[in-house]
Design a protein around this ligand. Structure first.
Ligand code: F6R
Length: 588
């Protein structure tokens, strides 16, 4: 949600800013803009796509932004960057300035004129005012940000200077270190074609970049040391590499994403205490991955694992419990999950984050971190990060089983043997794509769908339905198969598509009965199963590789992703940038 880029160096800034903004498009946005210094500050900003900007400006220092509207509609005027009254400073901002109304009122009294309806514009005016007192850009910037309340990542430029000032508080900001050029961005892919050397800012960090230097300060202006890191993502990993969409590319990257995640899990040492209770807290797809993990965790550990939506967690009373709370978030920036992490910690829980982004905000609010190493995920709909989260939950279930003395070494080894086969399982499921395409053709004109399953497959049904609705805009609902007869069966009519996920486990016979139940009412049933018997009860059978029912989740997930992808494609939807969905949701 919202993307920031800053560039100072030897190249022309505008093309670099526009290219970087395109790379940040996946975060979701509804307007975009850039500001470049060439004698004076020139701004170009528009509602709509980055491609609407011409970038027709000279100059080697600039900032850019993709905006996701929160305060004020997505209009040209409300797009970033914003300048002060004298056009001497330009700023871009992600986050929310909670005290903007009061600041604005005071500044207006002092003669400042506002052009937009945003909370962000106030920052440019504050800079103008502080510069009058301090006479120095860095000092003015630090004074200005100390007057802000809320969450923010900000980049600012000053006419006649080559430096860019930045600050991070609860919204990501990363410095990219080049040779004779430096960058500032909300995410690494923005500058990946130019450098892999990064410094990840933490809350309260201020940075000052010039073409030849990067320096860091705290919010009082005291210098601080920061560690440089190397990101081993290739620029190609953030390109489509011949695939029509990032989503399809990322679906196909899943075997490698899992290999890398497994490698990183095995090389991370975490020591978690036994509390007799586990909470899993997340949103959207991350919730679904955690939910599937819960089934396995309870089976392995024989202790309660409770699911919570991050946005609901704060409304839960502070019940007395000792618990390990696992926060799952691929971006590490989801505001609801960050808030839940803080609350869980305050309640005395041991906290563990599972995230895909090194140094992301969540990592500063928990006791332990497990990184999924799925690589950058550009498609807004999560696919490979889901798979990597699921694998992490499986890994954790087995690890805790041994650590807590609940499973013995030989059970653990047996489990790990299956675990290591996950990438192969996914590869085999990817071969089903042609069959899935044909079924997608049957679904393309439908407006409603159901997904049913039992046990560990139920969260998969939820994920399948979520993928379908978010990218194809078909109304898709997931139900525990046994719940259908308690109401929703009323909606099954001739031709209503019902996707049923069936494993050969203790739920098998009951699933067959549920399939017969919907078939009898005319449903068009698509079964995802390794069992050939299922074929005789359904309209379409997608035969997944035969395997251990605990691990069939990985093959079913691939089928569900491809089914959503091909249905959306046949409906002509914007698959990588579905409407109303942002890659990282930084508002509560
Ligand atoms: C769905 C999707 C969203 C995210 C959710 C949480 O495809 O991408 O539902 O899963 O917004 O995001 P993270 O995992 O970044 O906390």
């Amino acid at each position: 949600m919202c993307g920031i880029i800053g560039y100072t160096g030897f190249r022309k800034a505008a093309p670099i800013l526009l290219d970087a903004l395109k790379r940040l498009e996946y975060r979701g946005y509804d307007s975009a803009g850039i500001a470049v210094i060439n004698h004076e500050i020139k701004v170009e900003k528009r509602s709509g796509y980055v491609s609407y900007l011409s970038g027709n400006m000279e100059g080697h220092v600039g900032i850019g932004h993709t905006r996701w509207a929160t305060h004020g509609e997505p209009t040209d005027i409300n797009a970033h960057p914003f300048v002060d009254c004298r056009n001497e400073f330009a700023i871009v901002h992600n986050g929310i300035i909670e005290n903007h109304e009061k600041l604005k009122e005071d500044l207006i009294k002092k003669g400042h004129r506002y052009s937009s309806k945003t909370d962000s514009e106030v920052i440019a005016h504050l800079l103008e005012e502080e510069y009058e007192k301090a006479g120095d850009f860095r000092k003015a910037f630090i004074n200005a940000i100390n007057r802000l309340k809320g969450s923010f990542a900000i980049a600012a430029i000053h006419k006649g200077e080559k430096r860019i000032m930045g600050v991070k508080k609860e919204s990501p900001l990363i410095v990219g270190i080049g040779d004779g050029e430096n960058f500032l961005a909300s995410d690494v892919p923005a500058f990946l074609p130019y450098t892999n050397r990064v410094v990840i800012l933490e809350d309260g960090d201020v940075c000052e970049i010039t073409p030849k230097s990067v320096s860091f300060y705290d919010m009082n202006g005291n210098p601080v040391e920061k560690k440089e890191e190397y990101i081993d993502w290739s620029p190609e990993s953030a390109e489509k590499s011949g695939y029509e969409h990032f989503m399809l590319k990322e679906i196909y990257e899943q075997p490698v994403a899992i290999e890398n995640t497994v490698h990183s899990l095995f090389s991370t040492h975490i020591d978690l205490k036994y509390h007799g209770k586990i909470n899993v807290i997340a949103c959207g797809t991350s919730y679904n991955a955690g939910f599937a993990g819960k089934y396995l965790m309870e089976k392995m550990l024989k202790i309660p694992v409770e699911m919570h939506y991050s946005s609901e967690y704060r409304t839960r009373p502070n019940v007395r419990e000792r618990a390990l709370s696992i926060l799952i978030t691929q971006s590490g920036e989801t505001a609801d999950t960050l808030m839940a992490a803080k609350i869980a910690r305050k309640r005395g829980h041991e906290t563990l984050a599972i995230t895909n982004v090194l140094g992301s905000s969540i990592t500063h609010h928990v006791d332990h971190v497990l990184y999924t190493s799925a690589g950058p995920e550009i498609g807004v709909a999560a696919t490979k990060t889901f798979m990597a989260q699921l694998a992490s939950m499986y890994y954790l279930s087995a690890k805790l089983g041994v650590d807590y003395g609940i499973i013995n070494e030989s059970r653990h080894e047996e489990f790990m043997e299956e675990f290591r086969r996950i990438p192969r399982l996914i590869e085999n499921s990817l071969q089903l794509e042609d069959d899935i395409k044909k079924i997608a053709y049957e679904l393309k004109d439908k407006e409603h769908m159901f997904y049913i399953a039992r046990g560990i497959n139920y969260p998969l049904a939820m994920e399948g339905a979520l993928k379908m609705k978010e990218i194809s805009y078909i109304h898709a609902e997931a139900y525990p198969a046994g719940e259908l007869k308690h109401g929703p069966l009323a909606l099954i009519r001739k031709g209503t598509p019902v996707v049923a996920i069936v494993s050969k486990d203790e739920t098998y016979e009951k699933m067959l009965s549920n399939i017969k139940e919907v078939s009898a009412r005319g449903a068009y049933v698509i079964a995802i199963s390794s069992e050939s018997e299922v074929k005789s009860y359904v309209d379409q059978w997608i035969r997944t590789p035969s395997n251990n029912p605990d691990f069939s989740t990985f093959s079913s997930a691939v089928v569900l992703q491809l089914l959503a992808y091909h249905t959306a494609k046949l409906r002509g939807c914007e698959i990588d940038k579905p409407r109303n969905l942002a890659k990282s949701v930084t508002v509560e």
